[in-house]
Design a protein around this ligand. Structure first.
Ligand code: HEC
Length: 151
């Protein structure tokens, strides 16, 4: 009898672990896709700011508006417990995120604020783009330094 109970408990644990793995994978892939879209839209703005491609007010305005839309996506379902790089493969998200979720959230709101500034100026002229792009890059880096493992 005791033996049966232990087996059931062990099975229960196995099922729970399996369910947790199945649950977090879509969230990990979705948040990585989100960040790819951040980088995809930031790319031409950086190229323009650095003078590698000609400044194009319309393209800059669209990229900045896309970024503003992207950083407004609700994050609640993208960061489930157990989706850190100490628990699962295939993520660079550090456990530090879940140790201090408030700090993580505040780094997201820093990014939202910086992107709001960018959205207001990127499509005006090159100086406006250059002045507001730096804070956006700084907000990306601040979070990566604290919460993302190196490749
Ligand atoms: C509040 C924290 C935070 C902010 C702000 C942030 N990132 Fe990240 N980023 C992360 C974390 C954590 C990961 C690792 C996600 C994973 O692997 O599960 C990541 C991953 C990435 C990746 C790799 C995605 C992949 O293919 O796996 C890119 C690219 C990226 N971020 C770009 C950016 C850019 C560009 C910005 C600013 C516009 C930005 N991030 C802002 C936390 C942040």
């Amino acid at each position: 009898m005791r033996h049966t109970m232990i087996s059931a408990a062990a099975l229960g644990l196995t099922l729970a672990a399996g369910a947790a793995l199945a649950d977090v994978t879509p969230a990990v892939e979705a948040r990585q896709g989100q960040f790819k879209l951040y980088a995809f839209n930031l790319g031409p703005l950086v190229q323009m700011a650095q003078g590698n491609i000609d400044y194009d007010a319309d393209a800059a305005g669209v990229a900045a508006a896309n970024l503003a839309a992207l950083v407004s996506v609700d994050q609640a379902r993208l960061w489930p417990e157990g989706s850190d790089n100490a628990t699962i493969e295939g993520t660079r998200a550090l456990p530090a995120i879940w140790d201090d979720l408030e700090d993580f959230a505040s780094k997201f709101s820093d990014l939202q604020q910086a992107v709001a500034g960018l959205e207001g100026s990127a499509g005006t002229d090159l100086d406006g783009l250059r002045a507001t792009l730096g804070p956006v890059g700084a907000a990306c880096s601040a979070c990566h330094e604290a919460n993302r493992a190196p490749e």
